[in-house]
Design a protein around this ligand. Structure first.
Ligand SMILES: NC(=O)c1ccc[n+]([C@@H]2O[C@H](COP(=O)([O-])OP(=O)(O)OC[C@H]3O[C@@H](n4cnc5c(N)ncnc54)[C@H](OP(=O)(O)O)[C@@H]3O)[C@@H](O)[C@H]2O)c1
Length: 278
């Protein structure tokens, strides 16, 4: 378990449900049965089927894996990340959009609270603008109401995160970013997270870094550990303090990915992977 500055425990590995389409229900059930305890989704039909995650939760509850045993994270996606199926009134003010999207997420997921609620991405490309502060205030309001145990932000730059940490009423407790080896595995953002006791969630660890994952350095470490390169990548992420997400659709890979928790890389191996693309 990991904890951010507000001390809410978060499982150390997360199953991501993007791009699963109609297979979402089956795959979420499979992932939870394989051992994943944290699920990531978003109220955004372009990439996610949040309601089908909810279907899986109903089915799991019938088998005894109830809501209280799982960590549920979903996102508010601004209008610019939605298509015509926006799950709120796109003409309403931002606070109303967040409230409507949050309530719709609770309905989709058949729950009265979330464990983590994440802003899918800032409105501004550089720095934070008026809309970003408005949306963050609405998300802080949900945290203050107790309807979500953590709040976070995704697709954020180091400059934006530093501003948020400096000026927000509540700093994010989680950050979810695509993690490129070429950027030292998002080192600048991770360092801010470390300094503020924020949990860094890394996604696309495999897909954003294929050339390194299949390269000789990772392969050599995998051979020493009698593991696969994907397992080495996930274990590396954990050893540098990240919470990795996996988006696998394969039962075997789910099991393999979870077993990464049992591996141990040496300090030198961690350093080697951390600087593999620099
Ligand atoms: N906040 C955002 O904007 C954002 C954006 C993108 C993603 N995400 C989140 O992050 C999650 C994960 O993203 P991702 O799908 O890009 O992650 P990923 O885990 O890097 O990529 C998944 C790919 O890795 C393969 N894979 C996984 N485990 C493997 C293993 N043990 N051996 C070989 N191949 C393996 C999968 O293939 P198989 O299916 O064959 O195993 C799949 O093709 C998403 O579902 C979503 O929840 C968030």
């Amino acid at each position: 378990m990991l904890t951010a500055y507000n001390k809410v425990p978060l499982p150390s590995f997360m199953y991501g449900t993007a791009w699963k389409k109609q297979d979402t229900t089956r795959l979420v059930e499979m992932a939870v049965e394989a051992g994943f305890k944290a699920i990531d989704t978003a109220n955004q039909l372009v990439h996610y089927e949040e309601a089908l995650v909810g279907e899986a939760l109903l089915s799991l509850a019938k088998k005894g894996i109830t809501r209280d045993k799982l960590f549920l994270q979903t996102k508010f996606t601004p209008v610019n990340g939605q298509d015509h199926r926006t799950p709120y009134d796109a003409n309403a003010d931002i606070a109303t959009q967040v409230k409507q999207s949050f309530d719709s997420s609770l309905a989709h997921l058949h729950t009265d609270h979330l464990d983590s609620y994440v802003l899918h991405g800032p409105y501004s490309r550089r720095g934070l603008g008026k809309e970003d502060w408005e949306v963050w205030a609405a998300i802080e309001g949900l945290y203050d109401s107790g309807k979500t145990k953590m709040i976070g932000i995704s697709n954020v730059t180091s400059v934006q995160l530093a501003q948020l940490c400096e000026r927000a009423k509540h700093k994010p407790m989680v950050v979810q970013n695509r993690c490129f080896a070429a950027l030292g595995w998002d080192k600048e953002v991770r360092e801010i997270c470390k300094a503020h006791d924020i949990i860094y969630q890394g996604f696309s660890l495999l897909t954003a870094n294929v050339e390194f994952i299949v390269g000789p350095e990772v392969r050599e470490i995998a051979m020493r550990l009698k593991a696969g390169p994907a397992q080495v990548a996930f274990r590396f992420a954990m050893q540098v303090g990240m919470l990795p997400l996996t988006g696998t659709s394969s039962r075997q890979h789910m099991q393999e990915d979870l077993q990464a928790e049992r591996l141990t890389l040496t300090d030198e191996e961690v350093r080697k992977i951390e600087t593999i693309a620099l």
